[in-house]
Design a protein around this ligand. Sequence first.
Ligand SMILES: Nc1ncnc2c1ncn2[C@@H]1O[C@H](COP(=O)(O)OP(=O)(O)OP(=O)(O)O)[C@@H](O)[C@H]1O
Ligand SMILES: [Mg+2]
Length: 320
Amino acid sequence: MYPVLIDEKSFLPHPVLIVGDVMLDRYWFGEVERISPEAPVPVLKVERIEERLGGAGNVARNITALHGACSLIGALGADEASSAIKRLTSDAGIKDESLTDPDFRTIIKLRMIGRQQQLLRADFETKPQDHFLAQRDAQAAKHLPGCGALVLSDYGKGMLGELQSLITIARKQRSPVRPQHTAVLIDPKGDDWRAYRGASVLTPNRAELRAVIGRWKSEEDLAQRVKALIDDLQLEALLLTRSDEGMTLFDQQGRLDVPARAREVYDVTGAGDTVIAVLAMALASGHDLRQGVVLANKAAGIVVGKLGTAVCTRHELFAS
Ligand SMILES: Nc1ncnc2c1ncn2[C@@H]1O[C@H](COP(=O)(O)OP(=O)(O)OP(=O)(O)O)[C@@H](O)[C@H]1O
Ligand SMILES: [Mg+2]
């Protein structure tokens, strides 16, 4: 019913540029055998440490897993976590063009896990300073020529403040697949989306969209509210990801509903990153949004069937 019209041979994207909140996902795994004598808390005896690229870095990881080229611009400190991120991006074949500032502390999300259970998450966060945002725009302008799409991965950590200047840069930049301007895809955060005005497509999940347009009473009501939002923000389209209900694209032609296709669901974290990565690659290959959405939905169905913040490989995506 929803044939994937993009085959492997036509999924050959121009490079994708990703700008956003890059973070390190760190996991401490261990055993809990006793309660601390100091306070009524478990003592985790750490046995294994794992590190993964998080936030915008996970979008990049999804792209290179599908054999796409991508450059990543985030904010890094001059600390041990930034070395870890540089190692991970290099291993994944991602071109790391991040801005480095010794006064900035690289964002880390540390999870402590004992007996398969998360005991605590500790976040290390600093907000990028204002001068970072000006540097960010210059860095993006430098790396955008030749790119097939720009992805803005907003995790609300500050790298995507004052976005209008960056969107304008992309709107003035011809791309190899779109003579007018480079497509801008944004994974949004927060309840004020005015900063996203002029983007090509936003990819909110249900809660993110509800925070902006309110609770919808029916599918018709939803379509009306989204249309008003698209007009207000001058978007080309909006892709609502609906977890187990699949996804709905609202565009100039109307809407396209695509049902979820996961058979077994193990871990849904990171599925949104997979969606925007595949959608960007489809556009950067010269396909239209509707075709990209069907392929992105297929990829999301594959990653939710894997454990951990997984990625979908090129082989998996095109195996029938
Ligand atoms: N429980 C599920 N069953 C089947 N498919 C799912 C499920 N959860 C997610 N998916 C697939 O993944 C896509 C994106 O999921 P979702 O709408 O939860 O995004 P998200 O909340 O941004 O994810 P995250 O922020 O955790 O990366 C869905 O549109 C669907 O294709
Ligand atoms: Mg998401």
